[in-house]
Ligand binder design. Structure first.
Ligand code: NAD
Length: 498
């Protein structure tokens, strides 16, 4: 019997009344199970469970909430391997990489364990004579998270630990391609003592997303996915009066100045370009090689790429797994032809890469390096989201900066140099949300906030860190006076701070 992945509503697995979709094992290219696709009624049931759980959870003390968060943290830590194995079997990424994403998600849980401190308000004594003012932040109610396929554990954990710690109740809509990790996480929450209804999972597709965006009881939506859907979610959700943060796609450049250590640059470019088969929103997909380093750098990159071991995620010797679906693999492969038509040179062709221990029908394409990619060409500009590293030759820092700033995305970027002045200038001038200085994948730690600029983020609040706390709460300011007889008398004047 194949596995059936269904919803988690009000503390129990349930559903589905509607259709279902196949879940594949990308390393073998075969169907490995089915995921139910929520009907509107099932989404409504999840939101209703979350709405019922909200008043009691909002009123649960900060210390009690924190104790549950700490227990959840311990359980997640103990079950890392299991979560990673589920991710690897449905997404295809290698086990060590899946463990890495669980670790980064865990860091957000640890950040959320500090919620008593994070929710402290301000207090001003005697703002007027014997009048005090103070600010508090309160949860919104039911909030929803909609996740992409590429980080089935980490991206939801950018959202729900902070949302729940703040006193909200949560409905998660995972990607239908790799939905299993979300159910294991729901079980761990329950074992940690989270009351039923505080964390719910609805599996599904556009039907589920559209219902969450329109549901009057959903107060805020966090979305992570491709740019067209992020824009749609932002516009639809805000049109329904909701608070929305919608993180979109990316095309991240690494600018290499001539004074950089080219061996370190090559190590970083290969790690950041081909880790998780390039299916990371912070992957480096373009190397901007400032003259004269191009030829030497390409040689160093190619020699490393040829040594990469491509194979199934559950084989500990594999360094890179398959792509998530056959259709995505074919789309990525089509960019190799597009690149050649645009004048680029294929120096490593992933279509010819041998796969260690993989079976013929897996969704394989090996690491590919395209050199002499024309600035402004489709291969340079468009998000390919696969193991394709483009090298663009540029004459100067200024030309590289212009190319980065002229792109539609602004998620991440990196500069490699030993010149502190150039690095400082870059961090000041580049129009991108997350910058690495000799760091190829500058994903902010949980206590900072993650988010890009331009078409990589719709909305104005980044995820996790203090911006996450801000997103999942709203402010109140209280002005208070404890009356005594000296306050007597009617005064129709506007209150001033006498
Ligand atoms: P996607 O946009 O196809 O799907 C994301 C979510 O939206 C899924 O839950 C999916 O079910 C839902 N969805 C898909 N089509 C929809 C539609 N027409 N209407 C309503 N909902 C819809 O993205 P994906 O392929 O799962 O993930 C890869 C993309 O996510 C890449 O573009 C990547 O850059 C991006 N991403 C961005 C970040 C970031 O932080 N900016 C992080 C991870 C991934």
């Amino acid at each position: 019997m194949t596995k059936l992945v269904n919803h988690w509503i009000d503390g129990a697995r349930t559903g589905g009344a509607g259709g279902a979709a196949d879940i594949f094992n990308p390393a073998v290219g075969e169907v490995d199970g089915q995921v139910v696709l929520a009907t509107v009624e099932e989404v409504d049931a999840a939101v209703a469970a979350a709405a019922r759980a909200f008043p009691a959870w909002r009123d649960t003390s900060l210390t009690k909430r924190t104790q549950i968060l700490f227990r959840f943290r311990e359980l997640l830590d103990r079950h890392r391997d299991e979560v990673a194995a589920l991710i690897s079997s449905e997404h295809g990424k290698v086990h060590s990489d899946a463990l890495g994403e669980v670790a980064r998600g865990l860091e957000v849980v640890e950040f959320a364990c500090g919620i008593p401190h994070l929710l402290k308000g301000g207090f001003s004594e005697n703002v007027s004579t014997r009048v005090d003012s103070y600010s508090i932040r309160q949860p919104l109610g039911v909030v929803a998270g909609i996740a992409p396929f590429n980080f089935p554990a980490m991206v939801p954990m950018w959202m729900f630990p902070v949302a729940i710690a703040c006193g909200n109740t949560f409905v998660l809509k995972p990607s239908e391609r790799d939905p299993s990790a979300s159910l294991l996480i729901a079980e761990l929450w329950q074992r940690a003592g989270l009351p039923d209804g505080v964390f719910n999972v609805v599996q599904g597709d556009k039907v589920a997303v559209d219902r969450l965006l329109a549901h009057p009881d959903v107060k805020a939506v966090s979305f992570v996915g491709s740019t067209p859907i992020a824009r749609y979610v932002y516009e639809t959700g805000t049109a329904h009066g909701k608070r929305v943060q919608a993180l979109g796609g990316a095309k991240n450049h690494m600018l290499v100045l001539p004074d950089a250590d080219l061996d370190l640059v090559a190590d970083s470019a290969v790690s950041a370009g081909f880790g998780s088969a390039g299916e990371r929103c912070m992957a480096i997909s373009v190397v901007l090689a400032v003259d004269p380093v191009g030829d030497e750098l390409v040689e160093k990159i190619v020699s490393r790429v040829r040594n990469l071991v491509i194979g199934p995620g559950d084989d500990p010797t594999s360094e890179m797994g398959p792509l998530v679906t056959a259709a995505h693999r074919d789309k990525v492969a089509s960019y190799l032809d597009i690149g050649v038509q645009e004048g680029a040179k294929i120096v490593v062709d992933g279509r010819e890469t041998p796969v260690t221990g993989g079976r013929g029908n897996g969704f394989w394409i090996g690491p590919t390096v395209l050199d002499h990619v024309a600035p402004g060409s489709r291969v340079h500009r468009e998000e390919i989201f696969g193991p394709v590293l483009s090298i663009v030759r540029v004459r100067s820092y200024e030309e590289g900066l212009r190319l980065i700033n002229s792109g539609e995305y602004g998620n991440g970027t990196a500069i490699f140099t030993n010149d502190g002045g150039a690095a400082r200038r870059f961090q000041n001038e580049v129009e991108v949300g997350m910058i690495g200085i000799n760091v190829p994948i500058p994903v902010p730690m949980a206590f900072y906030s993650f988010g890009g600029w331009k078409d990589s983020l719709f909305g104005d609040t980044h995820v996790h860190g203090t911006e996450g706390v801000h997103f999942y709460t709203r402010g109140k300011v209280v002005t208070s006076r404890w009356l005594d007889p000296s306050h007597g008398g009617v005064n129709l004047g506007f209150p001033t701070n006498a």
